[in-house]
Design a protein around this ligand. Structure first.
Ligand code: MG
Length: 165
């Protein structure tokens, strides 16, 4: 990582989506949410964790999530995405940056996610990002597109990193 003219702040953006299928537990933001379907993925399919991870990796300038957690790596098969996020937060600290803010949006037609946001923040804080530094918004796409049809769930995240003094 170059010094980028000494800037002490970095921003990153992350996006992820996973297909909803029967026979999987629905895990979003590190918590289990009761629903008839779950997200298909190599890991637990936690779109929110994955989008936050990509936002941090992006702010670090380290490419993307696939570089650290390839689908071909059996170590991450059915892995907890909270553990994966913890690895990314640790990676950031090792390179001299701490997360000061995460803003995120999860797009799901069903189930209703708003009642679970505080629990998600609590789970995400186990990665070392303070719960009060995380914002989560729950949206629908009003019936439009793959999220609107209930085929999948998507998540967007931005993060702000600050160089540790
Ligand atoms: Mg993913």
């Amino acid at each position: 990582m170059g010094d980028n003219r000494g800037f002490s702040l970095r921003i990153g953006i992350g996006y992820d989506s996973h297909r909803l299928v029967e026979g999987r537990r629905l895990i979003i933001g590190g918590i289990h949410i009761e629903f008839s379907k779950g997200l298909l993925g190599h890991s637990d399919g936690d779109v929110l964790c994955h989008s936050i991870m990509d936002s941090i990796i992006g702010a670090l300038g380290f490419g993307d999530i696939g570089r650290y957690f390839p689908d071909t790596d059996l170590q991450w098969k059915d892995a907890s995405s909270i553990e994966m996020l913890r690895c990314v937060v640790d990676l950031s600290i090792r390179h001299g940056f701490e997360v000061v803010w995460i803003d995120s949006t999860v797009v799901a037609e069903r189930p209703r996610l708003a009642p679970h946001i505080d629990s998600m923040k609590g789970a995400l804080s186990r990665t070392g990002i303070p719960a009060e530094c995380i914002n989560i918004k729950a949206k629908t796409d009003e019936g439009m597109g793959f999220t609107g049809r209930g085929e999948g769930i998507a998540a967007y995240a931005t993060c702000l990193l600050r160089r540790i003094e």
